[in-house]
Design a protein around this ligand. Structure first.
Ligand code: GDP
Ligand code: MG
Length: 163
């Protein structure tokens, strides 16, 4: 498979919401594959005539209280191996968390394209709040609202450009 995009990030940042928005043909989703891929959803998407596959990671990692840090790390490492580009999603509502910093540390070493996506940017105030994510040391970010779709066009333009 070519043009594989993985969405990584801690639980509850909005990965699955955005994934579902990307996947127009929902019947293309292959879920619950056994083994290491059991908690990953795969789907196909397309933007500006370019097709790509999307992996939504961390499906069975629930909540933010009982997070198993090793699981997240494993998901990120798998994504780094498997994907051609990585979308690292964070949540402006929560701001930078220690787990975001852990993931950023792993991703700063990656030579594949990594795009920082600040999600839940649904208001002017949040647009301003998003600025703190420069502190993750990953450079420019894309501010989106995965739920209402705001900002996703610019993000997808960038994504297909780096694929
Ligand atoms: P995941 O654990 O990263 O896959 O996150 P989910 O997609 O399951 O979303 C977690 C929560 O964030 C849900 O309650 C969503 O409705 C909410 N959410 C997702 N995207 C947005 C957004 O763009 N804006 C706001 N305000 N909430 C969102
Ligand atoms: Mg999810």
């Amino acid at each position: 498979m070519n043009n594989i995009v993985a969405i990584v990030g801690r639980p509850n940042v909005g990965k699955s919401t955005f994934f579902n928005r990307l996947i127009k043909r929902r019947d293309a989703i292959v879920d619950s594959v056994s083994g290491v891929t059991r908690d990953r959803n795969y789907g196909k998407s397309e933007w500006n005539g370019k097709e790509f596959s999307v992996i939504d990671t961390g499906g069975y990692i629930k909540g933010s209280d009982d997070i198993f840090e090793g699981e997240i790390r494993k998901q990120v490492e798998l994504a780094i191996d498997e994907a051609d580009a990585i979308l690292f999603m964070v949540d402006v509502e929560e701001g930078i968390t220690p787990m975001d910093e852990e993931v950023a540390k792993l991703l700063r070493k990656v030579t594949k394209p990594v795009i920082l996506v600040v999600n839940k940017v649904d208001s002017a105030k949040r647009t301003n709040d998003a600025l703190e994510f420069y502190n993750l040391g990953l450079g420019e970010y894309f501010a989106i609202g995965g739920m209402n779709g705001s900002g996703t066009g610019d993000l997808l333009d960038k994504l297909v450009e780096v694929l």
